[in-house]
Ligand binder design. Structure first.
Ligand code: GZL
Length: 307
């Protein structure tokens, strides 16, 4: 008589017997690469088999990977939904196959929260608010208009929607802040560069660029320099993530403020998997801890950054 959660009559499964299927978004940014490395290392250390797939930022590839994990009869499926919507059908198939699903990093917009056992990741609205709060403080003594270009993450992705929402909520406090343009750079450096090049032509007097991740901010730096301007001085830049390349640009004065978004979810994901397989309760929502960095703090923190 197997215990619930895959254990046998003589106790929970040994880690070496557990198989997890992980459907990753892609490899679009430094954050994603660090997230993948950390998850793979954590499962390696735990002695748990991790089947891994890279969806190249395409939802249909993630759905295909989840279906293949269902067919293989893995013990747990975990994934970071590239966009919020369109998951109910495939997650219903996982539920019908009695395979628990863990959301990591990004959320889904399904109203049926029985489709997953836990969601582990950052509070992106809070991250957007932190970015807005720094900007309000930075311009607290100015009454002049502050023209902002927003580089959005992947269209429909939870971090893009929520970082925009949190930021807008805070800067609404003063109508001197105006988001004059807002376009997606798809969380990539190339995307950030292309969009910034185009928008600088139509908005040469922009004061601030708010990029939903470091990689798009780094692309914006290239575009600003190519236009003969000084990033961090002529145009202030706020980004989210705090990966090494972003922190280096912050320390060099090319970015002005970074809101951290931790990619180090591996150990917490292993813990959730072990509890689920042992039939123990897990928290429905686990919010990762993270901070913010000014230029001075980046200089201090850089030597110890793990990613
Ligand atoms: C946030 C994560 C985002 C990062 C980007 O948790 O989903 O996706 O901010 C990454 O760098 O591409």
């Amino acid at each position: 008589c197997a215990q619930s959660g895959g254990g046998s009559a003589d106790g929970p499964k040994d880690p070496s017997e557990i198989i997890v299927g992980f459907a990753q978004v892609g490899a679009e940014s430094g954050w994603r690469t660090a997230n993948t490395k950390d998850i793979q290392a954590a499962f390696e250390d735990a002695g748990i088999e991790l089947k891994f797939s890279d969806a190249q930022q395409k939802q249909e590839n993630q759905i295909q990977a989840i279906r293949s994990y269902i067919q293989q009869g893995v013990d747990v499926i975990a994934f970071s939904p590239v966009i919020e919507s369109g998951w109910d059908a495939v997650l219903k198939e996982a539920k019908d196959a009695e395979i628990p699903v863990v959301l990591t990093d990004r959320a889904i917009d399904s109203t049926d929260d029985s489709l997953y056992v836990s969601f582990l990741g950052s509070d992106f609205i809070e991250e957007g608010k932190k970015a807005g709060e720094w900007l309000v403080e930075e311009y607290s003594s100015s009454t002049e208009p502050v023209n902002i270009i927003q580089l959005e993450g992947t269209t429909g992705a939870a971090p893009a929607l929520d970082r925009a929402e949190g930021f807008a909520d805070v800067i609404a406090a003063d109508d001197k802040f105006q988001v004059v343009e807002s376009q997606t750079g798809d969380f990539t450096r190339a995307g950030g560069k292309q969009v910034t090049e185009a928008l600088l032509k139509s908005n040469p007097d922009v004061d601030v660029i708010y990029a939903h991740n470091d990689d798009m901010g780094l692309g914006a730096i290239e575009a600003i320099e190519a236009a003969g301007m000084v990033p961090g001085t002529d145009i202030k830049i706020i980004t989210v993530d705090a990966v090494k390349d972003g922190m280096q640009a912050l320390a060099d004065g090319k970015i002005n403020f970074i809101v951290e978004c931790s990619p180090l979810l591996g150990n917490q994901l292993v813990e959730i998997v072990e509890k689920v397989v042992a039939g123990e309760d897990v928290e429905k929502r686990i919010i990762t801890e993270e901070t913010t960095f000014t230029q001075e703090q980046a200089v201090e923190a850089l030597p110890d950054r793990k990613y």
